[in-house]
Ligand binder design. Sequence first.
Ligand SMILES: NC(=O)c1ccc[n+]([C@@H]2O[C@H](COP(=O)([O-])OP(=O)(O)OC[C@H]3O[C@@H](n4cnc5c(N)ncnc54)[C@H](OP(=O)(O)O)[C@@H]3O)[C@@H](O)[C@H]2O)c1
Length: 249
Amino acid sequence: MSKLVGKVAIVTGASKGIGAAIAKALAAAGAAVVVNFTSSSMDADQVVGQIKEQGGQAMSVQGNVSIVADVRRLFETAKLVFGSVDILVNNAGVFEFEPLEAVTEAQFHRQFDINVLGPILTIQEAAKHFGAVGGSIINISSIASSNPQPNSLIYAATKGAVDTITVSLSRELGRRNIRVNAIAPGVIDTEGLRRVGIMGSELEKQIVERTPLGRFGQPEDIARVAVFLASDEASWLTGERIAASGGWQ
Ligand SMILES: NC(=O)c1ccc[n+]([C@@H]2O[C@H](COP(=O)([O-])OP(=O)(O)OC[C@H]3O[C@@H](n4cnc5c(N)ncnc54)[C@H](OP(=O)(O)O)[C@@H]3O)[C@@H](O)[C@H]2O)c1
């Protein structure tokens, strides 16, 4: 479990849910981890505390991924405190589900700013800060990009953009040994998911029925894939999108 010793990872949106699980798993594999959040400082500090209790290295840094000054400060702080940046996990994301007639400009811009502009800004910074040996970028997409359900128009489109950015930048950055891959989770039990009211609803049962492995995903199911993609075990993988969804695609 020490395959990331000596590496420094930034995980965006790591105060809860999938991001928190990824931060803890990267730290358990030996990386020093920057736990980014936008508003939940107590949750982020709790994640940092849990990592340190296990003997790992971590710090929390506030920053909105859709604001360029925040993103620059995030990377500068990581480099100042930990000395380098080698791994970027673009996990921060928001999801709202509404029918076509209820879509507003504000919802469009909020989701596209955080889910699409955010990863573009962070990858811009990562490309500046990664060292001569390159690095690994992992974008958290969604199976919604390839199998969009009704009422997911804007969210699914943001994740379609994430998939395209992953392939495009894998080609642009490959010569610098910067690998860019995506994980497309299925439905994962997180605070964000609970907020949209799926748990306890008829939809929850339907999702489990449609999932070949017969259960909801847990954040740790995604974290294990992220550790793999971050590590040298995935050194010949770039431009890939791994669906981690219990078989529902
Ligand atoms: N849950 C699922 O079923 C599922 C399925 C497929 C893909 N995904 C994707 O997985 C990612 C995480 O989802 P989740 O369910 O774990 O979400 P979540 O429980 O709602 O957590 C979202 C995280 O993102 C952070 N965040 C939100 N806006 C941000 C911003 N502008 N800048 C920086 N951080 C920001 C939040 O920070 P604060 O706590 O400070 O607000 C929080 O740490 C998202 O990209 C989502 O689209 C989720």
